[in-house]
Design a protein around this ligand. Structure first.
Ligand code: TPP
Ligand code: MG
Length: 333
């Protein structure tokens, strides 16, 4: 993509209040600062395993999950830290989990988002790409059988969208008219594979036609557009109109994880998407719309940075789990 390509103006939703705009901004900044903190901790040798940056994904993760209600459920993927914050997950709980400390949500055996917190209605990602879509569909099916309406929102990448389970789950959900929303985060790459060697259709939402469900492709860096699109999908799901596939176009701004130097990504592509930054553009948008002043935003950012430091301080000296922990929940006694 040429770096001279025009940068579109962000949307202003009619459904969004000033308080919601501030909440979008706060959660997007939380996501960004959490990401930066994890990158630094990784370089310092204090965050182990994969650190999967979600820079570029904040508008998708925050805008989409904000459209859900209190009885709904979130099945986030590895670049959706923003959704955890929207669903009220506490920062030090997340920091402890991502730093793999003893007694954390994953018992210190893993440093990504593979946790479930039923009280918060978050069911974190299954590592096998595609495998979470049938689980999310099944969750809504179970609720339906109990006579409840509960919308499930889950996510998959452009790479993960090429798995068999994607197809099985979306076909099943469409036949059963399940209240499932699948966000395909098309960030142009699956590890080092670009879209051109992943799929041959024009856009991934075109698949909805084949399943008989709704499908749409949108700019994934425009938080209020993502919110509005997801709100429509939530309304349809609650009415019994079945699932929606929403492809959100964005860019993975770093490597697959921090070990990857992403030298295979053309510089011009990154330069273009740098200008599309969802957080910087939303800050400018909120200032232009007089939601907050520049100084309020700086105060908000500083408060968030301080909360990251406090969370790291609270967790960093905690012990790692004992080695035996690795064998728990693997075999049935
Ligand atoms: C079934 C399966 N195959 C391979 C992997 C290894 N893997 C983890 S993430 C990833 C790339 C995924 O790319 P994409 O779905 O586009 O998501 P992104 O990382 O770009 O957000 C791969 C190959 C996996 N976890 N599961
Ligand atoms: Mg991808």
């Amino acid at each position: 993509m040429p770096s001279s390509k025009k940068i579109p103006a962000l949307s202003t939703s009619k459904a969004v209040t000033k308080e919601q705009r501030i909440s979008f901004l706060r959660n997007m900044l939380m996501a960004r600062e959490f990401d930066l903190a994890m990158q630094r901790l990784n370089r310092q040798g204090r965050a182990f395993g994969g650190v999967y940056s979600q820079t570029g994904n904040e508008a998708t993760s925050v805008g989409s999950s904000s459209a859900l209600g209190p009885n709904d459920v979130l099945f986030p993927m590895h670049r959706n830290i923003g959704g955890h914050f929207v669903f009220g997950q506490e920062l030090d709980v997340l920091m402890k989990a991502f730093l793999a400390r003893d007694g954390s949500l994953m018992r210190g055996t893993d440093g990504t988002g593979h946790y479930a917190d039923p009280a918060k209605r978050i069911y974190g990602n299954i590592s096998h790409l595609g495998a979470m879509i049938p689980v999310a569909a099944g969750f809504t099916m179970a609720a339906k059988l109990r006579g409840e309406t509960c919308v499930a929102m889950t996510y998959i990448g452009d790479g993960g969208a090429q798995t068999g389970e994607f197809h099985e789950a979306m076909n099943f959900a469409s036949v059963q008219k399940l209240p499932l929303i699948l966000i395909i985060e098309n960030n142009q790459y699956a590890y080092s594979s670009p879209n051109s060697i992943e799929f041959a259709c024009k856009q991934l939402s075109d698949r909805a036609l084949g399943y008989g469900c709704h499908g749409v492709t949108i700019d994934g860096t425009d938080v209020e557009l993502v919110y509005d699109t997801c709100l429509d999908a939530v309304k349809r799901a609650r009415k019994g109109d079945g699932p929606t596939i929403i492809e959100t176009i964005t860019m993975r701004m770093r490597g697959h994880a921090e070990h990857d130097d992403f030298s295979y990504v053309p510089k011009s592509l990154l330069e273009h998407w740098q200008k599309m930054d969802p957080v910087d553009r939303y800050i400018a948008h909120c200032i232009a719309k007089k939601v907050l002043k520049q100084s309020d935003i700086e105060d908000l950012r500083n408060e968030i940075i301080q909360s990251m430091r406090d969370a790291i301080d609270a967790v960093i000296d905690l012990p790692f789990p004992p080695a035996e922990e690795a064998f728990k929940n693997v075999f049935i006694d």
